[in-house]
Design a protein around this ligand. Sequence first.
Ligand code: J2J
Length: 529
Amino acid sequence: MEGFIAWPPELEERYTREGYWSDRLLGGVLRGAPDRVALVAGPERLTYAELDRRADRTAAGFRRLGVGRGDRVVVQLPNTASFVVVFLALVRIGAAPVLALPAHRESEIGYLCELSEARAYVVPDVDGGFDFRALARTLRVEHVVVDGDAQEFAALADLDADPADVPAGDGPDPADVGVFLLSGGTTGLPKLIPRTHRDYVYNLEASAEVCGFGEDTVYLVVLPAAHNFALACPGILGVFATGGTVVLAPSGSPDEAFPLIERERATVCAAVPPIALLWLDAVSWSDEDLSSLELLQVGGAKFAAERAAQVPKVLGCSVQQVFGMAEGLLNYTRLDDPADLVERTQGRPLSPADEVRVVDADGADVPDGEVGELLTRGPYTLRGYYRAPEHNARSFTPDGFYRTGDLVRRLPSGHLIVEGREKDQINRGGDKISAEELENHLLAHPAVHDAAVVGMPDPVMGERTCAFLILREAAGDGAAPPGLREVKEFLRERGVAAYKFPDRIETTGAFPRTPVGKINKKALAARLG
Ligand code: J2J
């Protein structure tokens, strides 16, 4: 696929020879017994056989539309059975889903459709009070497929055909791109992460093994299913590959998640720190039976040691820290790690073939225990973003290590402690916001002369977003400078996802600068004190 950067042949040979890569495909992950329940979503309960059949019929439906191997399809579905069916259908015919988050709007989706030259866009009719058909009308994609009331578009329910009636197309190759994940982003525009069938299959199978998933696993999904953590770390796909049951929750709110844990006897869940903190509080006022829970995975942002220590005491289950990234590298604390490592570290690399370097500003390796930037390459870490040559030149070393932008310390055991970040990004409770992307939106406001976005510490979210603005000289029309409300409304009109909206606005006369003339964001953040 043009724009996709493959691993060099010698590594391809090694990863295959050493058994990291196989010829198993993402479409073949449904390995549970046919009559076992694979998926619980709202009122629906699908066995492995039923899910398999629905995926096949929907795959045939897409093929009848003319979608096939090598095509891209932007998928923006909430945590519903349709998400799972559409994902499996597309990977089976070798069309790569581009996994947008439900929170994304015209700004993000328009760009993703263009960049990926999507053949189709799959959406719910209305979700969270937002009409996705209206968003679809702003786009130029050949096929819009709607789960629900489709209006002038194609209904997902009609994308159903007997596979025997549709000519079989070319199936995917294990080396093909199977799915595109979204990068948290550090630049003006979001980046797409190509994941091949074989690297993502390894990612999910190795994760399932490290996390002890099996037939008895009942995995509750509270994060967006489109997020790498919930999808494949080990996530939904890791459950399917080991024969367990996936239960989809609409969100991590205790009102919705706790009754599902009780009813379905959920054994494991993946959460970001704000959800884990909420649960630690909520047990005191909720009366659901959470005793089935065996493991709470927490990742996406730093989870404080004191809070990790509370999980077993308060929730009665083990805790696992996960430091992962859609780009690839996953670090997990192990189920048999001593409590001290589980609480204080963010885990160690999943694979023996993960190469990890911790380097100083000059790119020289620092000794264990010292803070440096984490660089990595391995059998499931990308070698380049899709169609982004300039960005790739900065984000990778000449020998193919991905520069994570994360500052870490490595212990002699190989466990990593995340100490901070070098990249210009805000991590708002696990949601990643590119400062530059938000600044560009703010600069489009007629009253804004310059903008600089920084994170401010927050006890629950880890960080929240503060935008420093330098306003244009009053134009003499008496217009009031924009406040937080107006800025949010402006961003909403521009079609920016709401999680990127600033939490606070500060106006200033000038930005502090570094010696080379760049905005000194550390100094700006210090003003928030
Ligand atoms: C500190 N920072 C962390 C952690 C991620 C599992 C878990 C998380 C993600 C994810 C994921 C962190 N402590 N425990 O894809 O499969 C920050 C780092 C990292 C960035 C990646 C998964 N866990 N982070 O969060 O692609 O800065 O993936 O580089 O969204 O989140 O973000 P993302």
